[in-house]
Design a protein around this ligand. Sequence first.
Ligand SMILES: Nc1ncnc2c1ncn2[C@@H]1O[C@H](COP(=O)(O)OP(=O)(O)O)[C@@H](O)[C@H]1O
Ligand SMILES: [Mg+2]
Length: 293
Amino acid sequence: MNQRGNGSLTKIISTINLKGGVGKTQMTVALSEFLAQEHNEKVLLIDLDPQTNATVSLIDETKWLSKDQAGETLLQLFKDKLEKTSKFAINKAIVRKASNVGGGIRNLDLLPSSLGLIEIQDSLPLITAGRFYVTSPVTILKEAISSVLDEYDFVLIDCPPNLGIITLNGIFLSDYYLIPCIPDILSTYGIPQILGRMDNFKRETKIGIEPLGIIISMYRAQSRLLDSVISDLRSKASRGDYPRIFNTLIPLTVRIAEAADVGAQVNTLKQKYGSGRVFEDYQSLTNELLKYV
Ligand SMILES: Nc1ncnc2c1ncn2[C@@H]1O[C@H](COP(=O)(O)OP(=O)(O)O)[C@@H](O)[C@H]1O
Ligand SMILES: [Mg+2]
């Protein structure tokens, strides 16, 4: 873990699942907002997904576009490695006071992604393995953000639904990973694969990453199938085959889907997520996370 200037540690957490549409991004954004706003933690959210969903739910698209054109997104960082340039500047790329809550959350920063990463991601393995690279260039992100790490209590990394080189750049610098998961058979099918591949990567690179747990998202009450999948997950966790399953379940609700609209003017997290269940669920998820790190 990275030592902060004030003596505390920066905790770096990646959110991963090999399946898209399981609520990874929504959960990473909400956790970042709650840690920053409700717990006064200084948070950096790194959006590693070329789909840029986390980015455009925390800043508006025109701002993203101008930053992307100015080389102030993660695209420029990886492009520099391919083109042997050094145009990326971490302090210019980081957006301070991200989110639409109260015109921006003071403690929440964002390192934006770019759609352009889709085009270059296939070329990344061609970057020659230099002195600092293990087998593939997975240290690029770590080198780029090391100078700012000690500003933050938490770094949350929203990963794309794969374990390609861009994702591995996030994993490489993480202390923990979280697996958000819909409790259906198809979505839980990939969990052993994630655990296995993370273990392999850990062995190869000698990093110390640990699973923090599985978080059930898009939970529908009164579904017997979902409940039986959840109890199966819990028994695997209690046998030690799976990491812990968080007690908090994130419900499937339009309230959460609507909250992804950065254009909405809201003053508080309660306004953004509704004053009822969802707000309290995210509160309890955040509290639970703070217990485990
Ligand atoms: N708990 C939820 N209830 C309802 N809709 C959700 C919930 N979580 C996410 N969504 C919506 O579902 C879609 C996929 O979620 P997202 O977080 O982008 O998934 P992923 O990052 O795993 O692809 C988005 O439109 C998002 O707003
Ligand atoms: Mg996503």
